[in-house]
Design a protein around this ligand. Structure first.
Ligand code: ADP
Ligand code: MG
Length: 890
C-alpha cells in the first residue's frame, strides 16, 4: 500500500519548509498532519483525529477552519513555531484530479502582521545580522509599518555595543549569517535576553553583489550612494539578506518598504544593555512591565504611532545639541500654550494607525473599514494644522503649518467607499452609490427585482386565493413559491413543482425563474465589480503611499511632542538648558518615576552638581534606605530625559550633554546567562572602565559588595580613582557606596566630593530626611541604628570596641602606596600611573629593587587560569622568600 496522491503532495510541499508547521488547505480547513498535527493539537488545544493516508495506520490530523485561522497561527508563532500556509491554487470543484497547491506565506515572530498578534504601541522588528571581519552589519524592519534601518557595529569578542543596539530595537526575530550563528554563547544570550527567535540564514543570502542589487531595486535607486550606503558593505549585506527573507516569507514585493535609513550608532547616546535595564527605560527590572518605567511616566500619546515614536526616542536619546534643542523648542511651544493641548488630544484621538494601514494597503489585506479609518484620519489633518496655526508657535508652524492635507485621498475614499461599509468586502455594499455607473445599474436592477418579488407574493395570493402563500429564497434552491399541503388544490396549472417537504410544496414559474437569474446574476456581477473597484481604489492610494507615510510620521511626531508637553504641564517639569560644557546642574530635582509612585508632595527634591573639574565624582555614603540609589538614578534619568528633548522634574536644570550613560546598579543575579553575581558585576564594571569617556556619565551603586570587605573596598577604591582621574578617564560619576573608607578619596583625589543623605535620630527611631548634603556619612552609623533598634547595650558596646580595633589594625588608606608620579600632589594615590599616557611624569628609575621587579614580573607572567590553588600557594611562598632573603650582589 502506498501513500495517497494528496499525501504525497503534502509531503512534497513540506520538504520546502522543513522547519515549519505547515497548514495544508483541504476544503474549508487548514489541516496539519503527522508530527505537525501532534504539536498543533497540543499547542492549540484542539482535537487530534486521523486521516486515511494509504498507510496501515491513519495519519494524525488536526485542523482549523480556514476563515478563522489567524488567531491559531498567531498562537503557534507566539509559542515559537514557524508556520507555513499551503493554499489551494484553483477551485477544487473545477480541478481535474489533484488540486494544485502552493506555499503562499511563511509566518514567523518577525513577519507576522495580523492585528491580534502585535502590540499597537510597539514596533515588531525583524533583524538581520551579518558578521563581517571588522564590523557587524545590522538591518531591521517592522513589516507592519515599513520602517527599515541599517547600521554597522564593531565586531568585538564581548559584543557589548551590539547587545546594547539590539536592546534598543527589541526584535522579535533575528536571522544571521553563519559566522555569528556559530557563536553559540552569543546566540544563547540573544534568545534568553530578548526572548526572540534566532535562526541561521544561509550565507548565500548575505552576498555583497546580490545584496547591492536587491537593495537598489527595493528602494528604487541606481546607486547605493543615494542611500548613504556606499562603503558600508556589511550593512548592505545584512539589508540584502533581510529583503530576501521578507520576499521568501511574504512571496511578494512590498511597496510600503520604500525608505532605508542608514545611521551611525554614535549619532545617539550609547546605552549598553544593563544600563537600559537598570534605568528602567521602558520596563521595570523586577516585573518587566511598563508600569513603573520612564516610558510609563512620559507616555501620554493618543495614537499608536505616537506611542511607538516616543518609545524610540527614549531608547535612542540624542547627543547633538541642535537636534535636542529643536525637539525641546517644539515641546516648549506646546507647553506655553496649555490651552491647545486639549484640542490636540481630541484631534489625535480620531486618528487611526496610518502607518499600519499603509502596511495593509501594501500587503493587500486592507478592508473596507480600514479605508474608512484612513479617510477619517486624513480628514483630521486640516484640524491638526489649524490647531498649530492658531497658537503662538513659530517653530511648529514652520515645520507643520503648511503640510499636505491629503485632500485627494480623502475625496477618493469619501466618494468611493460607502460610509457604512462592512469589514468584509464580500458582504457587499462597499462601493458608494454614484461612484460607478455599472454598479449603480446592477444595484437598481437588484432592488427592482426585489420589489417585484415583494409584490409577487401579494399578487399571487390574490390570484390563487391561497392566503398563506409565500415567496422565499434559499442558497440551494434559489427563489420559490411555497404552498402548504392543505392548499395544494388551489395551486394553478402553470406552477412548476420544485421540491416537496413534509408540510408544503415548493414551486416556481418561468417568470420567477427569469427574475431569479437576473437578481442572482446582478449579485454575482456586483460582487465582482465591487472587488474590482475596491482594488482599483486601493491601487490609487498605493501610488500615493509615500505621501501618506510622510504625514503619518508627522502625526506620530506631533503626538510624541504632545505627550512630552502634556506630562511637563501636569507634572510641573521645566525646560532644561542644554550645553556642551560638561556641567550637570540640577536644583530641586525629583525622580520622575519615584515621585509618581509616591503620595503627592512626599518625594524630597535634591540638587546636583557635576562638572569636568572640581566636581567630577560624587561619593555618596550612608546606610541602607537612605535614598542613595534613588538619587543617583534620578540624575541619570533626568539627563537622559533632557537628551530626548523632554522637560525634566526639577526647579531648574543645566545638562552638559553626555555621549553615554553607564550604570552598574544593585546586585542582580544574571540567571539568564548563568553567570555569578560577582562575575556579572565585575564584567559590567570592566565594560565601563573600557568604554567610558570624559563625556560619559557613570552611575555606580555599591561596587565590590559581592566579595570580602578588603577585597571589595580595594576594588571600589581603584575603580573610583581610575574613573575620576582625567588622565585615565575623568568621567562625571555618581558613586554610591557603603564603604566608608572611600570618603578619604576626597582629600586625595582632585574632583572627588563626599555626599551623604541627612538623617535625624528621634526617640522613635531614625528618620531619613532624604536630603543630600555635602559631607560624608557618620561612619558608626550602623551601630547607632542597631542601638536604636533596641540591641542590648552590651552588644553595641562590644561592636564599637571591635570596630575601633579593626580600624586601628588595618586602616584602609594604608593599603595604598603613595604615588611618586604625582609629587606635586602629595595626597594623590593611584594605581594607574603606569597606564597613563606619556605626558605624565616619568616614574623614578631607582624606585624598585631588582628582586622586587623580578617578583612583579613573575606575578605578571603567572597564568592563574591554569594553576591549581596549591600551585598558586607555592608560587606565593617562593615569591615571598625571594623578597625577604637579602639580595646578594652578583
Ligand atoms: P539606598 O540606596 O540608600 O539604600 P534607596 O535609594 O533604595 O536607598 O531608597 C530607599 C527608599 O527610600 C526608596 O524605596 C524610596 O521609597 C525612599 N526614597 C528614596 N529617595 C527618596 C526621596 N528623595 N524622597 C522620598 N523618599 C525617597
Ligand atoms: Mg541602594
Amino acid at each position: 500500500m502506498g501513500l495517497t496522491p494528496m499525501m504525497q503532495q503534502y509531503l512534497k510541499m513540506h520538504e520546502q519548509v522543513p522547519d515549519c508547521i505547515m497548514l495544508f488547505r483541504v476544503g474549508d480547513f487548514f489541516e496539519t498532519f503527522f508530527d505537525d498535527a501532534l504539536t498543533a493539537s497540543k499547542v492549540l488545544e484542539i482535537a487530534l483525529t486521523g486521516k486515511q493516508c494509504g498507510l496501515d495506520e491513519p495519519a494524525p490530523m488536526c485542523g482549523v477552519p480556514h476563515h478563522a485561522a489567524e488567531p491559531y497561527i498567531a498562537k503557534l508563532v507566539e509559542r515559537g513555531y514557524k508556520v507555513a500556509v499551503c493554499e489551494q491554487m484553483e477551485d477544487p470543484s473545477l480541478a481535474k484530479g489533484l488540486v494544485k497547491r502552493e506555499i503562499i506565506k511563511v509566518i514567523t515572530p518577525g513577519t507576522i502582521t495580523s492585528d491580534g498578534a502585535i502590540k499597537a504601541k510597539e514596533n515588531n522588528y525583524l533583524a538581520s545580522l551579518y558578521g563581517g571581519r571588522g564590523s557587524i552589519g545590522l538591518a531591521y524592519v517592522d513589516l507592519t509599518t515599513g520602517d527599515f534601518n541599517t547600521t554597522e557595529i564593531p565586531n568585538t569578542p564581548e559584543q557589548n555595543e551590539l547587545m546594547g543596539e539590539i536592546g534598543k530595537i527589541g526584535p522579535s526575530e533575528i536571522i544571521m549569517s553563519s559566522s555569528l550563528f556559530k557563536q553559540s554563547k552569543f546566540v544563547h544570550q540573544l534568545k534568553m535576553r530578548f526572548n526572540c527567535m534566532v535562526s541561521l540564514y544561509a550565507d548565500q543570502h548575505y552576498q555583497l553583489d546580490s545584496g547591492k542589487e536587491v537593495v537598489k531595486e527595493q528602494f528604487h535607486v541606481f546607486a547605493l550612494d543615494a542611500l548613504g550606503l556606499k562603503d558600508h558593505d556589511e550593512a548592505v549585506r545584512a539589508s540584502g539578506a533581510l529583503l530576501d527573507y521578507i520576499e521568501s516569507s511574504q512571496k511578494k514585493v512590498l511597496t510600503h518598504i520604500n525608505h532605508i535609513s542608514f545611521y551611525k550608532t554614535s549619532e545617539y547616546m550609547l546605552l549598553d544593555l544593563s544600563t537600559r535595564r537598570n534605568l528602567e527605560l521602558t520596563e521595570t527590572l523586577r516585573h518587566v512591565e511598563k508600569r513603573g518605567s520612564l516610558l510609563w511616566v512620559l507616555d501620554q500619546t493618543t495614537t499608536a504611532m505616537g506611542g511607538r515614536m516616543l518609545r524610540q526616542w527614549i531608547e535612542a536619546p540624542l547627543i547633538d545639541r541642535d537636534k535636542i534643542e529643536i525637539r525641546q523648542q517644539y515641546v516648549a511651544e506646546l507647553v506655553d500654550n496649555p490651552g491647545v493641548l486639549q484640542d490636540f488630544k481630541m484631534i489625535l484621538g480620531k486618528i487611526y494607525d496610518l502607518e499600519r494601514i499603509c502596511g495593509k494597503i501594501s500587503f493587500g489585506t486592507v478592508n473596507p473599514k480600514d479605508m474608512l479609518s484612513l479617510k477619517q484620519s486624513v480628514g483630521m489633518l486640516p484640524a491638526l494644522r489649524d490647531c498649530i496655526n492658531s497658537i503662538q508657535a513659530p517653530k511648529l508652524q514652520q515645520a507643520f503649518g503648511q503640510a499636505d492635507d491629503l485632500e485627494d485621498i480623502y475625496q477618493l475614499i469619501a466618494s468611493g467607499i460607502s460610509d457604512d461599509a462592512p469589514f468584509v468586502l464580500k458582504d457587499g455594499g462597499v462601493i458608494k452609490t454614484g461612484y460607478n455607473q455599472e454598479i449603480d445599474e446592477y444595484r437598481e436592477a437588484q432592488s427592482k427585482g426585489k420589489d417585484w418579488l415583494k409584490n409577487l407574493e401579494g399578487a399571487e395570493r390574490e390570484k390563487t386565493g391561497i392566503k398563506s402563500l409565500k415567496v422565499k429564497y434559499n442558497r440551494v434552491f434559489g427563489y420559490f413559491i411555497e404552498v402548504t399541503k392543505s392548499n395544494l388544490d388551489l395551486v394553478p396549472e402553470h406552477y412548476i413543482r420544485k421540491q416537496t417537504l413534509a408540510n408544503s410544496e415548493r414551486f416556481f414559474t418561468p417568470e420567477l425563474k427569469e427574475m431569479e437569474t437576473k437578481i442572482l446574476g446582478a449579485e454575482q456581477r456586483l460582487s465582482q465589480l465591487e472587488y474590482q473597484i475596491f482594488s482599483d481604489i486601493r491601487e490609487k492610494i498605493m501610488a500615493q503611499i509615500k505621501r501618506i507615510q510622510k504625514r503619518a510620521h508627522d502625526v506620530a511626531f506631533l503626538d510624541a511632542l504632545y505627550s512630552l508637553a502634556a506630562v511637563a504641564v501636569s507634572n510641573h517639569y521645566v525646560k532644561p538648558e542644554i550645553a556642551d560644557d560638561g556641567v550637570i546642574e540640577m536644583y530641586n530635582s525629583r525622580h520622575p518615576v519615584a515621585e509618581m509612585l509616591m503620595d503627592e508632595g512626599t518625594f524630597v527634591s535634591n540638587d546636583c552638581l557635576l562638572d569636568l573639574a572640581e566636581n567630577r565624582m560624587m561619593l555618596i555614603t550612608g546606610p541602607n534606605m537612605a535614598g542613595k540609589s534613588t538619587y543617583i538614578r534620578q540624575v541619570a534619568v533626568i539627563t537622559l530625559m533632557a537628551q530626548i528633548g523632554s522637560f525634566v522634574p526639577a526647579d531648574s536644570a543645566h545638562i552638559g550633554i553626555c555621549d553615554r550613560i553607564f550604570t552598574r546598579i544593585g546586585a542582580s543575579d544574571d540567571l539568564t546567562t548563568g553567570q555569578s553575581t560577582f562575575m556579572v558585576e565585575m564584567s559590567e564594571v570592566s565594560n565601563i572602565l573600557k568604554n567610558a569617556t570624559q563625556h560619559s556619565l557613570v552611575i555606580l551603586d555599591e561596587i565590590g559588595r559581592g566579595t570580602s570587605t578588603f577585597d571589595g573596598v580595594s576594588i571600589a577604591w581603584a575603580v573610583a580613582e581610575y574613573l575620576s582621574n582625567p588622565l585615565t578617564i575623568g568621567a562625571r560619576t555618581l558613586f554610591a557606596t557603603h564603604y566608608h573608607e572611600l570618603t578619604q578619596l576626597e582629600d586625595q583625589q582632585p574632583g572627588v566630593k563626599n555626599l551623604s543623605i541627612g538623617l535625624k535620630e528621634t526617640p522613635e527611631g531614625v528618620v531619613f530626611l532624604r536630603k543630600i548634603r555635602h559631607q560624608p556619612a557618620d561612619q558608626s552609623y550602623g551601630i547607632e541604628v542597631a542601638r536604636l533598634a533596641g540591641f542590648p547595650k552590651i552588644v553595641t558596646q562590644r561592636a564599637k570596641a571591635i570596630l575601633e580595633e579593626l580600624e586601628a589594625e588595618a586602616p584602609v588608606s594604608s593599603l595604598y602606596r603613595k604615588d611618586p608620579a604625582f609629587p606635586e600632589n602629595d595626597n594623590q594615590i593611584g594605581f594607574f600611573t603606569e597606564m597613563v599616557p606619556k605626558n605624565s611624569k616619568p616614574e623614578p628609575e631607582n624606585e624598585m629593587k631588582p628582586a622586587e621587579k623580578e617578583v612583579l614580573s613573575q606575578i605578571c607572567e603567572a597564568d592563574l587560569n591554569s594553576m591549581t590553588p596549591i600551585q598558586a600557594l607555592n608560587l606565593l611562598s617562593t615569591l615571598k622568600t625571594e623578597l625577604t632573603v637579602p639580595e646578594t650582589e652578583s
